[in-house]
Ligand binder design. Sequence first.
Ligand SMILES: Cc1ncc(COP(=O)(O)O)c(C=O)c1O
Length: 381
Amino acid sequence: VIAPTAINAPLVGTPGSRLRLHTPALVLDLDALEHNIAEMARRAARDGVALRPHAKTHKSADIARLQLAAGALGICTAKLGEAVALRREGIAAIHITSPIVTPEKLAIAAQLAAQEPGLSVVADRLDSVPALAQAARAAATTLDVLVDLGMGNNRTGVATPQDAANLAAAIAQAGSLRFRGLQAYAGYLQHIEDKAARKAAAQQDQARVASAVAAITAQGLHCDIVTGAGTGTHDIDGASGVFTELQVGSYVFMDVEYLRVAPWQAGSFQTALFVQTTVINANVANQVTTDAGYKCFAMDGPHPEIASGAPAADARYFFQGDEHGGVIRNNNAPVDLPVGTVLTLTTPHCDPTVNLYDYYHCVRGDTLVALWPVHGRGMSW
Ligand SMILES: Cc1ncc(COP(=O)(O)O)c(C=O)c1O
């Protein structure tokens, strides 16, 4: 029986092994990854704001460690399950950005906080405060709690700045809870392609966040932390003076969706994540079939884009079902990619694509240098 990593493990360290990978394979370009981590750290330092990057994107303790080494003061996870997976790998200072509702999960969160201070959670309902306090008491710890302010899409969060202040006061009075500040993530703004439109919308939201901070301050409380922003608004929010830290996620990898968010000027973020696939059928002239289909990509976004391997500028990838993709050209032109041709595709939407794989195939130049597990794969509870 072959272990999951074994098929490509023998290639680690072999020059030229990048193009010899058994596919489909999730490929991580370490030079681009390191560039992106350093570039975001530089931008945050320039804007005088801290970083708590979102590990929902990569679910990897290895990448979290690189972000922490570059100066991040902690990391975020979307869910408790991701926090458990990363804590098991030694990552601490985790902020969980989705509200936790059930007593069982609250108990686990409180136990994590008891083991290592620095874990924080969010709340968005007044009636959740007694359950949070009870979980912290049962674990004999004090739990750090931020109020989650709903932003635009009403996904999570309290409805109004005044609700945020009322909830902050309840947390502060609960005992065994420590009120730490505000979370305000405006996900619906991140992919507005036009920069001026994105900026105008983000500035409106910043005013809403500032009014929540003011309402909390009027209760005699202090927001040590005001956290939010994604890759799309990192510079706009970072320079606003409203946020103390940024929860950026996708910048580590970039994807087709984010590469469309203009303008990504030279020297900004590079595509670090790819799916590598191989041509397995070329029996007709105007189309070839590859070995990567629906199971290899998140399906909520645009199609994957060909980054390398198909020289014709009009060559494009399309889905051919669960296991297969295809490449065609305009006007039925011959595709001319023999069986065995290796294609590198930019992922449409990086976060849910990563969750489909057990390992990153880490490359430097043309060489596979390591296999990194996706530690939080499937840990979306
Ligand atoms: C709560 C929260 N914060 C931060 C992020 C990171 O955003 P991005 O991947 O756009 O950088 C996300 C992404 O969905 C999120 O849900």
